[in-house]
Design a protein around this ligand. Structure first.
Ligand SMILES: N[C@@H](CCC(=O)N[C@@H](CS)C(=O)NCC(=O)O)C(=O)O
Length: 203
């Protein structure tokens, strides 16, 4: 099995953390999406990472499908609860954390366009999603150590990967100041080798 990934993708980091937590051996293949001979679109018609290429040549995407596949591969360190309502809650956390990344990435792309092409309203709309999402997740985390049922799960991994990506691309957001609950959670995440060893390189 091999994972096509980049060091900065928050979605690929989620998969890397899950594989490490579950001690599943995956060959890591770093790709550069802008390379003309980048192999990603041969395995994922959407041309996005992460992609997990299985030994029989089939491929899995996106990150939510891959993490479910990996979690079911071995019962070691279950990250998605089997009990239905806890599972739904964990996946909702993941959807919101990933959705914050989606919106922040869209805002980043818009802000990188030439000034005469840039639409400030698009940036504001996307950043509205980011801020509302952060407020909601922060309120839901509250004083708890972990996101759902005070048990470490995929929800914590998704939250950590999203916050780590904001550190990389949106330093000015200074989320630690507004959201001390996140800051405490992030410190806890950084104690796990799966998370600290997958941190994106800082520019
Ligand atoms: N929902 C997807 C999002 C994947 C995604 O957007 N990945 C980015 C890298 S961080 C990408 O490949 N972008 C290239 C593109 O959109 O063409 C997932 O969870 O895997």
């Amino acid at each position: 099995m091999k994972l096509l990934y980049s060091l900065t993708s928050p979605y690929a980091r989620k998969v890397r953390v899950v594989a490490a937590e579950k001690r599943i051996e995956v060959e890591m293949v770093k790709v550069v999406l802008s390379d003309p001979d980048c192999p990603v679109s041969h395995h994922n018609p959407l041309g996005k990472i992460p992609v997990l290429v299985l030994d029989d040549g089939e491929s899995l995407f996106d990150s939510r499908v891959i993490v479910e596949f990996l979690d079911n591969r071995t019962p070691v360190a279950r990250l998605i609860p089997q009990e239905h309502s806890a599972k739904v809650w964990v996946r909702r956390w993941e959807a919101l954390a990933d959705g914050i990344c989606d919106a922040a990435i869209a805002a980043m792309h818009e802000s990188r366009r030439a000034e005469n092409m840039r639409d400030q309203a698009v940036i504001e709309k996307q950043m509205g999603k980011v801020h509302r999402g952060l407020r909601q997740l922060n309120a839901e985390l509250g004083e708890s150590k972990w996101c759902v049922d005070d048990t470490f799960s995929l929800a914590d991994i998704a939250l950590g990967c999203m916050l780590g990506w904001l550190d990389l691309r949106y330093k000015s957001l200074e989320w630690r100041e507004d959201y001390p609950n996140f800051a405490r959670h992030f410190e806890e995440m950084m104690k796990r080798p799966s998370f600290s060893e997958s941190a994106p390189p800082q520019d």
